[in-house]
Design a protein around this ligand. Structure first.
Ligand code: SAM
Ligand code: ZN
Length: 268
């Protein structure tokens, strides 16, 4: 895996705990092991990406296993589609590292990198997965040399097609997870007068052809108030529901549709 310098695009070399380019731009590893490759001048805000409350809610919610079937299916598909056990993979917008961690357990020889624009997320991910490389950076300006990865995994995260296509090697794969039409439908009916199904606009990604698509549809039942609070806080719904609505959900429990759309694309 080769990082490139976010300031001049030359390759970075690791010297001790410092990544350095030939123009002497330096990026120190944090004590947790990750490196911050998002220079201040490229930050859109002081604390970009998902915030601490969202991340902690996500960590607790995922740890409770509510989305484990998605993680299992993603791992199965990657094992099936990737030819080599020691493939290189980038988890783009990896968040606090739940999917990355489970993938690494399922495929111990895979060389996995995680990237997210949120420092809080990367700190949590890095603490949990000591053997992996994590960096804070933007999905729109990836700090990797071209043709660096056999695959990119993108679960609910933004990306730019040109950057995806640049960093995967010839015939490289992209596995994406995005909301299917019925995802979180019940909650949407509470928030919107005329809720709309998620559209299909993410089925075409420039520079890639789609080779597989499936929907993973289940109903999730949450009864514990902590689970429900975490679920709402890790999504944008927390801001859209009234306090009364949230209390009511906490008291009565919640049954909600999960509809994950999994797609695999191959670089053309
Ligand atoms: C909905 S979360 C998904 C996180 C993780 N993949 C998961 O499913 O648990 C979206 C993630 O994308 C990150 N993100 C948002 N904008 C980004 C950007 N421009 N570059 C990289 N990551 C970004 C957020 O910080 C957040 O961790
Ligand atoms: Zn440089």
């Amino acid at each position: 895996m080769s990082y490139i310098c976010p300031l001049c695009s030359n390759l970075l070399q690791l010297e001790g705990r410092t990544w350095r380019c030939e123009n002497n731009h330096c990026f120190d590893k944090a004590k947790e092991g990750y490196v911050n490759l998002l220079p201040v001048q490229k930050k859109s805000s002081k604390d970009p990406g998902d915030n601490k409350l969202m991340m902690q809610a996500r960590r607790e919610f995922l740890e409770a296993g509510h989305y484990q079937h998605l993680s299992d299916r993603v791992n199965e598909l990657l094992i099936q589609y990737l030819k080599s056990k020691s493939s290189t993979l980038l988890d783009l917008g990896c968040g606090e590292g739940y999917y990355t961690g489970r993938l690494s357990q399922a495929c111990p020889d895979m060389r996995i990198n995680g990237l997210d624009i949120s420092k809080t997320a990367i700190r949590l991910a890095s603490k949990r997965n000591k053997s992996m490389e994590f960096c804070v950076a933007s999905a729109f300006d990836l700090p990797f040399a071209s043709s660096n990865f056999d695959a990119v995994l993108r679960i609910y995260a933004p990306s730019a097609p040109e950057e995806l296509s640049r960093v995967v090697n010839e015939n490289g794969l992209l596995l994406t997870v995005s909301p299917g039409p019925r995802h979180h439908w019940f909650l949407k009916t509470l928030i919107y007068q005329s809720p709309e199904e998620h559209d299909e606009s993410d089925s075409i990604i420039k520079g890639f052809e789609r080779i597989h698509t499936e929907r993973l549809e289940t109903t999730m039942s949450l009864s514990g108030s902590r689970d429900i609070e975490n679920f709402l806080n890790m999504t944008p719904y927390a801001w859209k529901l009234t306090k009364t609505q949230k209390n009511k959900l906490s008291d009565s429990g919640l049954e909600c549709e999960l509809d994950f759309k999994i797609q695999i694309f191959k670089k053309i």
